[in-house]
Write a protein that binds this ligand. Structure first.
Ligand SMILES: [Zn+2]
Length: 307
């Protein structure tokens, strides 16, 4: 009897394990319709945009390794039109790895620094550079016209040194990637040219330099944000950087500052931002990206020394 129960539990545990494996295997993508011909595919890394025009489909970002084919399969459920183009907002693995599963013949587009960063990545080396950017731009590029127009912008260093904003002017919408990943302290990747010190200014230039956009697809947030949200994010970014800079100038170490934390002004915490930003009291089980908050303040400290 007892043995039967134990065996049953073991079988149940085995089934749950198999289900979990299946779910991971299934690579579930959720679809949000942003406009009649613009969709967001969520799951498996950064948000993917799908822009459908009479000539075909433009995709923005391709998620983690192994998620390229699931993206292609999901697009087939939305439209019969062929994929003509893949644009990457920046170099990170959760935005470009799926590139290698896209048809090699389509157009691959990225900011020029992002292409240089992508060329250093193992996934492209391992796939004979399949999915590597074929066309690049420095500050601005326009593809197509009228209802099909796509404008790409680069305003300077922030999350990386190649963050593209992809605008669909006819839809008053844009994919802003991880330059505005969501309502939280920005992630900054110094190894790929990101800059804490330049970030607020880059956001300011983006907000001033692009006209007639209402809806933003963010790198990682679950819902879209607005153009006004970008302005708030810029101010939030400016204030957190000023807090960290003042603390460093007062002689505190990045670790001390990150442990003490920043009490986020109420105007931000009331609109979707966290109430405080600090190192977790107990170490997280997964190592934090880019050294967590301490790492970001350390990046700022390094940049202040170079100034
Ligand atoms: Zn990123």
């Amino acid at each position: 009897m007892k043995r039967g129960i134990v065996l049953g539990l073991l079988l149940a545990a085995g089934t749950i394990g198999a289900l979990k494996a299946q779910q991971q295997e299934a690579k579930v993508i959720d679809v949000d319709k942003v406009k009649d011909n613009l969709y967001v595919l969520k799951g498996g890394g950064g948000n993917t945009a799908v822009f459908i025009t009479p000539d075909g489909v433009t995709v923005v970002d391709a998620k983690n390794p192994g998620w390229g084919q699931p993206i292609l399969d999901k697009i087939k459920t939305i439209t019969e039109k062929p994929i003509v183009r893949l644009i990457n907002t920046h170099t990170h693995g959760d935005h470009v790895s799926g590139n290698v599963e896209f048809p090699a013949t389509i157009d691959f587009v990225a900011q020029e620094n992002t292409k240089a960063n992508m060329e250093k990545m193992d996934i492209f080396k391992q796939n004979n550079n399949r999915g590597m950017a074929k066309r690049t731009f420095k500050d601005k590029m326009t593809i197509g016209k009228g209802a099909d127009e796509i404008d790409l912008y680069y305003f300077g260093r922030g999350h990386t040194n190649g963050d593209a904003i992809v605008v669909f002017p006819a839809l008053r919408a844009a994919h802003i990637g991880d330059l505005f990943a969501g309502k939280s302290i920005p992630l900054v990747d110094p190894a790929n040219g990101g800059s804490v010190i330049r970030y607020p200014d880059t956001l300011k230039k983006a907000h001033a330099g692009i006209k007639n956009v209402d809806t933003l697809i963010n790198g990682h947030s679950n819902t879209t944000t607005t153009w006004a949200d970008l302005q708030t994010y810029q101010e939030f970014n400016q204030e957190w950087t000023a807090w960290a800079e003042a603390g460093l100038k007062a002689g505190k170490t990045p670790q001390q500052l990150a442990d003490e934390g920043w009490t986020v002004p109420a105007k931000y915490s009331g609109s979707g931002y966290p109430a405080t930003v600090a190192n977790p009291k107990t170490p997280p089980t997964n190592p934090a990206l880019f050294g967590g908050l301490t790492g970001r303040i350390q990046t700022l400290a390094d940049e202040m020394k170079k100034k």
